[in-house]
Ligand binder design. Sequence first.
Ligand SMILES: NC(=O)c1ccc[n+]([C@@H]2O[C@H](COP(=O)([O-])OP(=O)(O)OC[C@H]3O[C@@H](n4cnc5c(N)ncnc54)[C@H](OP(=O)(O)O)[C@@H]3O)[C@@H](O)[C@H]2O)c1
Length: 250
Amino acid sequence: MTVQPTRVLVTGGSGRLGRVLTPLLTASGYAVRLASRGTNPPVDLVSGAGVVDAVRDIDVVVHLATTNGRRDVAMMRTLVAALDAGGDRLGPNVHLVYLSIVGCDEVPLPYYRHKTEAEQVALNSGLPVTILRSTQFHSLVALIFASQRRLPALVVPDIPMQPIDLADVASRVVELVGGPAAGRVADIGGPQTAPLTEFAQQWQRAQGRRARVLPVRLPGRTFAAYRAGRHTVPGTAYGRISFRDSLGAV
Ligand SMILES: NC(=O)c1ccc[n+]([C@@H]2O[C@H](COP(=O)([O-])OP(=O)(O)OC[C@H]3O[C@@H](n4cnc5c(N)ncnc54)[C@H](OP(=O)(O)O)[C@@H]3O)[C@@H](O)[C@H]2O)c1
């Protein structure tokens, strides 16, 4: 008898994390299907177009698609409704794995509030769910610095940061895909927690730039929460790849 590989749907598979996760899943023996507006057929988790077909015959859904805004809640509702309605067209115990953000319920940023609400929709769905919160990806931090490439100085909020490499996040997601639904699992962060200015200096050195790095103290509750490190993970770090080591690759 031939054993069918576990079928994994990756929403947002064309995004930053999805592009790293997908080959890892395939190399681990999973049959991977991607779903986003750019796939053929297109799948739009906001309008719902193509979602029911996308989840057909799937065993695990890794939900990475994001609008970077409030429509992430609608996306989660659409996905959960399609899985609820799926019945015998789905794997016997379809498992939903959701990637969220460390401190999303403590840093009062609108996007984080939507991530927290999307987590709640998943947890209240009654489906087997696993929720993994990660710190900021190296690629996002590098993008913040690169967006100021043409400016004479690099202006950086005076907050700590604990960025993590996409490869470290992806390998944790592969582990979770292979395990049972576990609800909210331990948060993960990168190997170094340091002032964002320190990562800015590392980025400058890697770029051969000598512009001044200017720390700025930003007002408000959001930056107070960031300054207090609510978006970082205390204790032993999960990630192994440092921001400095990742700089050749981002
Ligand atoms: N970036 C970070 O530092 C960070 C940290 C912690 C957690 N996370 C979480 O990790 C996940 C992945 O983040 P990422 O940075 O890899 O995302 P990303 O690069 O911004 O990619 C977003 C993905 O969502 C898809 N998408 C957008 N709108 C869609 C829609 N209406 N229907 C279906 N697909 C849609 C996009 O594909 P199309 O354009 O083809 O639709 C794309 O594949 C997100 O949930 C994010 O919140 C990110």
